[in-house]
Design a protein. Structure first.
Length: 376
């Protein structure tokens, strides 16, 4: 079967399958059947908003698209947040394969379409669906919105499970987004909590991306995790804009942790964009560079001996670089400690040296434990 595009009277592009009857001269198209509608490749941009807004993302991918920078992703969701949303495929034309046949791409599930199995499924079901169509998506409806220019200080981190707790090694969980917001520099935190995902707004004049109409970035846990680990390891990063559709490119998983020059676009499915040097690409990089005023780090000198609090409950994390840090002061590097007794927190601070059971804890070992406890 081959596929062709036909625009109807309403301006929608229909996808039609057909076969060639080569017994005739010239050959003619036979067995034509409508497979579905093609969605426009143009990314969503600032404009009219729908009644509800949602951010969707998926774990276990090597690249992403819609969760990081798209405006509105609305579907049928079972709850206000969860990991079980089933979203329809969003199939667009993605150039041609080596044999000259057209290639297609699902922007929702980040999968090419057009194999014999895909075509057989379309003929059987009367619907174009990629092989990942049954993959559940994580989502949050009406996520928090933070305007970067509206607060004195904004700090955003990838929240990972603690490396060590008073109960032993912490339970594994998926990453989240931790946010600090202060209305006065160095003042009281008006926001200090974890979120499933969030939307960051900035001034349109900042022109962070090739598409100048994009004025907000959706931050999701997988994107934040890869960005923080890349900062920690010193991986070369940038933000590659697709040469075909102009969308910023997001590497996840193994590609988010490996420098490379050829980049597959998660929005249009084309893979002919090359960077001038090997790197991992993420839309969080220009956001980080533009709004992180203090790129320096200070190693904390303070010391804490947990053995001095024999009846306390505690949790320990290795401090990690911020995804975004708008404060003028340097970020602290060390071991972050939550410690309390009888439900009352006594310590919420970062230390350079932490002693537990007579031994000095190693920050790098704690970071490795955090990553190992993080489910992706």
């Amino acid at each position: 079967m081959e596929v062709e595009r036909i625009e109807d009277s309403a301006g929608r592009v229909e996808l039609w399958g057909f076969d060639w009857d080569i017994t005739r001269t010239p050959a003619v198209k036979v067995n034509r059947r409508r497979l579905g509608f093609e969605q426009p490749v143009k990314p969503s941009v600032a404009g009219a908003r729908q009644t509800r807004e949602a951010i969707c993302w998926s774990y276990g991918r090597t690249l992403g698209n819609i969760a990081v920078f798209s405006e509105d992703v609305i579907g049928t969701f079972p709850d206000v947040k969860g990991d079980d949303a089933m979203l329809a495929c969003d199939i667009v034309e993605a150039g041609k394969m080596r044999n000259g046949a057209k290639r297609w791409w699902c922007r929702t599930h980040q999968r090419h379409w057009g194999t014999k199995a895909d075509i057989a499924s379309a003929e059987l079901n009367g619907e174009v669906r990629c092989s990942n169509h049954a993959q559940p998506m994580s989502y949050v409806i009406d996520p928090p919105h933070i305007h970067l220019g509206g607060h004195a200080e904004v700090g955003i981190w990838c929240s990972m499970p603690p490396a060590l707790t008073s109960a032993g090694v912490s339970l594994s969980r998926r990453p989240k987004i931790h946010v600090h917001v202060r209305e006065e520099a160095g003042g009281h935190k008006v926001i200090d909590q974890d979120y499933e995902a969030l939307s960051l707004h900035y001034n349109a004049d900042d022109n962070l991306f090739a598409n100048t109409e994009i004025t907000k970035v959706h931050v999701t846990p997988p994107a934040a995790l890869e960005f923080v680990l890349a900062l920690e390891s010193g991986l070369e990063m940038g933000c590659i804009n697709c040469r075909d559709c102009g969308c910023p490119h997001l590497d996840l998983g193994e590609f988010g942790r490996t420098e490379h020059s050829k980049h597959l676009c998660g929005n249009c499915g084309r893979d002919n964009t090359w960077s001038s040097r090997p790197m991992a690409s993420t839309p969080l990089k220009p956001l980080h560079d533009q709004f992180s005023r203090a790129a320096s780090y200070v190693d904390v000198e303070a010391e804490l001996n947990i053995d001095d609090y024999p009846d306390a409950q505690f949790a320990l994390w290795a401090s990690t670089p911020a995804v975004l840090w708008t404060a003028e002061r340097a970020q602290e590097r060390g071991i972050h400690v939550h410690l309390g007794t009888k439900g009352q927190r006594l310590i919420d601070d970062t230390f350079g040296t932490v002693i537990y059971r007579g031994e000095k804890l190693d920050r790098n070992a704690l970071l490795d434990a955090m990553v190992a406890n993080t489910v992706v």
